[in-house]
Design a binder for this molecule. Structure first.
Ligand SMILES: NC(=O)c1ccc[n+]([C@@H]2O[C@H](COP(=O)([O-])OP(=O)(O)OC[C@H]3O[C@@H](n4cnc5c(N)ncnc54)[C@H](OP(=O)(O)O)[C@@H]3O)[C@@H](O)[C@H]2O)c1
Length: 307
């Protein structure tokens, strides 16, 4: 059957956490869910932007804003504590926030910024919110990318290669590896949760190529701020909308999407179209690479992942 977001129907009484929900795909996902009566926690690094997004999406079920900087593991821990104190159920955690490219920067914990934000911060958040997810039988939806196809993580990747790639830094290649990490993590979480008999589902998605702030932000972060307005214009005309980009995430939230699935559009080399169930890319499929990433992630976080 062709997927249509109307299949999600009413979501009253259900709670969702969406990282990066003030912009782009996260904002459109939040808008849809709030419109269906859900309560959505907008987990954002800039509370003022989160409040503006909250005002913009309105909705019956309501929403709230929690400060979360995924590039700072202390902030992740504080945000998870706040969410756990304020909610007694969590139907889904959408690991959506992301950065693309920019210069070589290290976070407060000395970790490469893109890997810290896109993968490690999310892995820490999933771990901290696991008790709530487990007791609710919730879903973890992880937003990957077509770029994951070009990721360079292998079963031999070292800790330094993952978090401190150093002088020969290639921001584009690192972004691809962070999105490969998203896919590997989602798959490994699915396998481990299944083995442990956990009721939590893990699904990966990719949004095709969509009109969001990601591309203009990449230019600004890379010191080419003057090109950002032009980029915004081009993406608006050439790419599918952010709302279309949110459809794979919405499909992943539906109970008919099984744990372990990978959802994204198929049209134009997967750049646009309706959300379909896809084959996992070769780069995200190998359990040995996933196990290595899992082990390195636990080492960097200094704590076991949830299952
Ligand atoms: N757009 C596409 O075509 C495309 C394609 C493939 C994959 N994706 C993936 O889709 C996801 C959403 O991106 P988007 O396209 O919607 O871009 P976007 O409009 O730039 O949204 C990115 C969101 O991530 C947040 N964020 C960045 N760093 C953060 C941090 N350290 N802590 C917490 N939040 C942080 C941003 O917050 P601020 O607004 O405060 O910066 C923003 O809310 C990303 O994972 C991206 O890799 C997008």
């Amino acid at each position: 059957m062709t997927w249509d977001a109307r299949q999600l129907a009413q979501q009253t009484g259900r709670t969702f956490v969406i990282t990066g929900a003030n912009s782009g795909i996260g904002l459109e996902t939040a808008r849809d869910l709030v419109g269906r009566g859900a309560h959505v926690v907008l987990a954002v690094r800039d509370v003022a932007k989160g409040e503006a997004a909250r005002a913009a999406i309105g909705g019956r079920g309501g929403s709230s804003v929690v400060e979360l900087d995924l590039a700072d593991l202390d902030s992740v821990a504080t945000a998870a504590k706040t969410i756990s104190a304020e909610h007694d159920s969590l139907h889904a955690l959408v690991c959506n926030a992301g950065v693309m490219g920019g210069p070589y920067l290290l976070t407060a914990q000395g970790l490469e910024r893109q890997m810290a934000t896109n993968h490690l911060g999310h892995a820490a958040l999933v771990t901290a919110l696991w008790p709530l997810l487990h007791s609710t039988g919730g879903r973890v939806v992880t937003v990957s990318s077509i770029a994951a196809r070009g990721g360079r993580l292998t079963a031999q990747t070292t800790r330094d290669e993952l978090v401190e790639p150093g002088s020969s830094y290639d921001g584009k290649a690192v972004y691809a590896s962070t999105k490969q990490a998203n896919l590997l993590f989602a798959q490994e979480l699915h396998r481990r949760a299944g083995k442990a008999g956990s009721p939590v589902s893990s699904i990966a998605v990719h949004p095709g190529v969509s009109d969001t702030n990601l591309f203009a932000r990449q230019l600004s972060d890379g010191g080419r701020r003057l090109l950002a307005p032009l980029s915004r214009l081009v993406t608006k005309v050439a790419l599918q909308s952010a709302s279309a980009g949110a459809q794979p995430t919405l499909r992943a939230l539906h109970h008919s999407t099984p744990s372990g699935a990978f959802v994204g559009p198929k049209g134009l080399n997967q750049m646009r179209g309706r959300p379909e169930l896809l084959d996992v890319y070769a780069s995200g499929k190998d359990p040995a690479v996933a196990a290595r990433l899992w082990e390195l992630t636990e080492d960097v976080l200094g704590a076991p992942l949830p299952v």
